[in-house]
Design a protein around this ligand. Structure first.
Ligand SMILES: *Cc1c(COP(=O)(O)O)cnc(C)c1O
Length: 382
């Protein structure tokens, strides 16, 4: 029966190549994970500021539920758009200097919604080769023609660009490498060529720039120079959901033509309320960001001294590039045996031959946690 879709064959092929994925049920508490009764230091999450389990957010979520119930009850164009969503939109505009924003249930659908709603067959779409799966996938299915340029290779992008033809999309902070897009150059190229520019700043928001305003703010770039801003609430903001921001006209257009916005139940208002609390907290979290930076420096210093190959990253995403998938899996296993939970990231999530440990640090970690990680790594090296 499964012959029809070749399920077993596909799974066996993945297993043979050390690429099979398995899920692990965890209980997350603070900066630790409980798995099968054992406690691990969590160095694999995207909870860069330690908000996912913070008392301030637990309280805000509970307060939101008390006030608004648990569900939004409809899509946003029916009765699913609540006062709490409206307030969060206004706060996001104020934080990032945007004219208008729209909330989505997740970043994956937000990215797809935007590209689908905008790009017709007359358009071109340029994407960095390391853009997130949500961007790559939809790009290859759209009627427009998609060009992918080598990671951060601005000269390659410039060669591919055609005037007034479409949209350039890149990330603020790249999710598997932790390095940043070349935003000053991206802005200049978009402006010179008369094309639109979109940033996915899922990993920059909350972490980089004054008030955690993200990659553009960290480079002193005015929000108005980028046509489309996308960010998520499930990473540094500790909750879940996403937004798309830009001009009032863009947002009005998306609210009419983005099908996964129009035809999907809106996020629970209690969740919007919790995100609002996270945002208020994040804007004031300069000391937590400074602590995080010092942990990043401590980790890099120690790991480089041990001879590991790290990425060019000043962000909490600190990959150790291993190469072969099986070797990355083995290293992750060895670290787990020493009480540190990290994930091996393998193709097709990353390019072939660049399997890695994706270590992520958090402001919830202590210097001692970094030292625990470093001594575990040192033991694996031997
Ligand atoms: C996580 C992520 C997304 C998807 O966001 P979700 O809210 O988790 O669906 C999109 N883009 C990038 C770069 C991401 O890292």
């Amino acid at each position: 029966m499964s012959d029809l879709f070749n399920l077993a064959g596909a799974l066996q092929e993945r297993e043979a190549a050390a690429l099979l994925r398995r899920r692990t049920a965890v209980v997350r508490q603070g900066r630790t994970l409980l798995v099968d009764g054992l406690r691990y230091l969590d160095m694999a999450a995207n909870d860069y500021l330690g908000l996912a389990d913070a008392p301030v957010l637990r309280q805000a979520f509970a307060e939101g539920i008390e006030r608004y119930g648990v569900g939004s009850s409809a899509s946003p164009l029916v009765t699913g758009y609540h006062e709490a969503h409206h307030r969060l939109e206004a706060s996001l505009c104020d934080w990032l200097g945007l004219e208008a924003v729209l909330l989505f249930n997740c970043g994956f659908s937000a990215n797809q919604a935007v590209l689908k709603a905008l790009l017709g067959k007359q358009h071109l779409l340029w994407q960095d080769k390391l853009n997130h799966a949500s961007l790559q996938e939809v790009g290859s299915q759209l009627p427009c023609s998609m060009k992918r340029f080598a990671h951060n290779d601005m000269a390659a992008l410039e060669r591919q660009l055609q005037p007034h033809s479409g949209l350039i999309v890149s990330e603020g902070v790249f999710s598997m490498d932790g390095d940043e897009g070349h935003w000053p150059r991206l802005c200049a190229l978009a402006e010179q060529s008369g094309n639109w520019l979109m940033i996915d700043d899922a990993h920059g928001l909350g972490v980089l720039g004054p008030e955690g305003r993200g990659t553009l703010a960290a480079h002193g770039i005015a929000a108005s120079r980028v046509n489309i801003h996308m960010g998520t609430f499930g990473k540094a903001l500790g909750v879940a959901g996403a937004f798309v921001g830009g001009s009032r006209e863009l947002i009005d257009y998306l609210a009419n033509f983005a099908r996964s916005y129009v035809y999907s139940t809106h996020m629970p208002p209690a969740q919007a309320h919790a995100v609002q609390a996270a945002l208020t907290w994040v804007r004031q979290a300069d000391s937590q960001r400074a602590h995080l930076s010092s942990l990043i420096a401590r980790f890099r210093g120690g790991a480089l001294a041990q001879g590991w190959q790290l990425g060019e990253s000043r962000t909490p995403i600190q990959p150790i590039i291993v190469g072969a998938s099986a070797a990355a899996l083995q290293l992750a296993e060895q670290l787990r045996a020493r009480g540190v939970w990290v994930t091996a990231i393998r193709p097709p999530t990353v390019p072939a031959g660049t399997a890695r440990l994706r270590i992520t640090l958090s402001a919830a970690h202590s210097e001692q946690d970094i030292d625990t990680l470093l001594s575990a790594l040192e033991a694996c090296r031997e």
